[in-house]
Design a protein around this ligand. Structure first.
Ligand code: OGA
Ligand code: NI
Length: 308
């Protein structure tokens, strides 16, 4: 049945999807997804943001029980990005947790606030469910079998961060996080109600202001590789401000360290030669942490044409 012509203003009240005439080819999409109908309860979202806030308000002695500068530690509180390699620090503290498989890591997590382990574990499993659904949809959008991406990830990995950006007396002099792409496959970012996230689009930094109960989905470097550049990992950064603290909670979904990542065979042909060589996620991840964020994207080191 052909729909009568109507203005977008009227259309949005009767559809819950974007009609086909609005859908751009993958290579021409903003690479920025904000999802609302994600199935993760609002109470769980407000709860995880509250837990994060409470954690960073604990007395210093309590917080420091989790402190480490060693990026290979699977549960740690730290500051900036990588104190061992960076020249300039970032206006950020963060608690980083490995969270899949849960039973391998739960016992390392903070026990304060008292419901931390229980609430964060519940959040992690829900977000994992959401990621698996997204991976199926993305596989299909590339013309691959539904399970394709999931099958490339070995045993799968999931990390999360609770980022805490304190108010900054001179926000024009520094960043919460400078421009970078996420090294993992896909990031599900939750932010509180304070703006700070920006993405680079057509050469300009654009603010992605918070919308309640909405996740930002960032394509990461591994998705760019698997899709042989059909999906592009998005350059983003976090700015700080002088009067409000800000919290963000990214979930980083990734291959397990021994998984071999490379462009999907089906996406390689004469017109689209493999842009990247195969590598293990472990190799990529180590290079990422050792390079620092200032140099932006680590992918160039894994180009098929570049000497390794
Ligand atoms: C990150 C990140 C953005 C933000 O942790 O990788 O990009 O808004 N965070 O905190
Ligand atoms: Ni990021």
């Amino acid at each position: 049945m052909a729909a009568a012509k109507r203005l977008l203003t009227d259309l949005v009240s009767v559809v819950n999807h974007v009609p086909s005439n609005y859908i751009r080819p993958i290579s021409d999409r903003p690479n920025l997804l904000e999802i609302k109908n994600h199935g993760i309860p609002e109470t769980m979202i407000s709860n995880i943001l509250r837990i994060a806030k409470e954690f960073f308000r604990l007395p210093e002695s309590e917080r420091l029980k989790n402190y480490s500068d060693d990026p290979s530690k699977t549960t740690r509180l730290s500051t900036s990005f990588n104190l061992k390699t960076e020249k300039v620090s970032n206006w950020r503290d963060f608690l980083r947790l490995h969270c899949y498989p849960l039973e391998d890591f739960l016992h390392e997590w903070p026990t304060n606030p008292p419901s931390f382990r229980e609430d964060v574990a519940e959040y992690c499993s829900s977000v994992r469910g959401l990621v698996l659904r997204l991976l199926e949809a993305i596989s299909e959008s590339l013309g691959l079998e539904r399970e394709y991406i999931s099958k490339q990830l070995g045993k799968h990995g999931q990390h999360m961060a609770m980022n805490y950006y304190p108010p900054c007396p001179q926000p024009e002099l520094t960043y919460g996080l400078p421009g970078h792409t996420d090294p993992n496959l896909i990031t599900i970012l939750l932010q509180d109600d304070v703006p700070g996230l920006q993405v680079l689009r057509n050469g300009k930094w654009i603010a992605v202001n918070p919308i309640p109960n909405t996740f930002i989905i960032n394509i990461g470097d591994q998705m760019q590789v698997l899709s042989n550049d059909r999906y592009k990992s998005v350059l983003h950064r976090a700015v700080v401000n002088c009067d409000k603290e800000r919290i963000s909670i990214p979930t980083f979904y990734c291959p397990s360290s021994e998984a071999v990542i490379g462009p999907a065979q089906k996406l390689i042909d004469e017109d689209h030669p493999a842009v990247y060589r195969n590598f293990t996620y472990q190799e990529f991840y180590e290079k990422f942490w050792n390079r620092g964020l200032a140099t932006e994207c680590c992918l160039d080191l894994f180009k098929a044409s570049s000497p390794s």
